[in-house]
Write a protein that binds this ligand. Structure first.
Ligand SMILES: [Zn+2]
Length: 207
């Protein structure tokens, strides 16, 4: 049996939110999904893409991993989960908009930064193997002191992930022709604000 608080929340959802959108859910069940957006977000429980964009079921394909990293396509076998989700979104669901969402106070980025800084990786840890993907980001980092560098890394990592994404074989030509658009977003948890990446100015701007 599920914990009681979850059962209560579920019943509330079923009787209210679901009941109000019953037709919508029936249509989704009948016709399948065709989400307009794919989101790659951190697993952090404080960041909820569906809440930020107040989305309905079926609107956004959300994939979450630690520190919202998109691995280089060459990591196809090592980190297949994220790459497979992206391939599914683009080739099976024909999604044309992919958004990477990073956030303030990211524990994954902070841990990855320190692993890189101390060159202390553990081959027996999945987290360590995953966060090793931040090494190229760390190698190009700027800023003064660890805290500032970690903050810098939160955004720089999004930019590197966007670069990796743009080189995926099923995305590359589509991005060049304008068929697929990539977006980078950084969410400040405490203020609720979001910044988006401007590819021309090469910086994040508040919206
Ligand atoms: Zn995070």
């Amino acid at each position: 049996m599920l914990p009681k608080d979850l059962i209560d929340k579920y019943k509330n959802w079923k009787e209210n939110s679901f009941a109000q959108e019953k037709d919508h859910f029936e249509r989704l069940a009948r016709e399948g999904q065709s989400p307009k957006y794919m989101i790659i977000s951190c697993v952090d429980s404080r960041v909820d893409p569906n809440a930020i964009f107040k989305s309905k079921a079926g609107e956004m394909l959300v994939h979450r991993n630690i520190a919202n990293i998109v691995p280089p396509y060459s990591q196809l076998t090592e980190h297949s989960g994220t790459i497979a989700a992206i391939e599914f979104g683009v080739t099976a669901l024909n999604i044309k908009n992919i958004i990477i969402i990073g956030h303030s106070g990211c524990g994954g980025i902070k841990n990855g930064y320190h692993m890189c800084h101390e060159n202390n990786f553990d081959d027996n840890s999945s987290i360590s193997n995953w966060l090793k993907l931040l090494k190229p980001v760390y190698d190009n980092i700027s800023g003064e002191g660890n805290d500032e560098k970690v903050k810098y890394m939160e955004k720089e990592s999004i930019i590197v992930s966007l670069e990796n994404l743009s080189k995926y074989p099923f995305i590359n030509t589509e991005v060049k022709s304008g068929g697929i658009t990539l977006y980078g977003v950084w969410n400040d948890i405490g203020s609720g604000s979001i910044e988006t990446y401007d590819f021309e100015k090469k910086k994040f701007d508040l919206i």
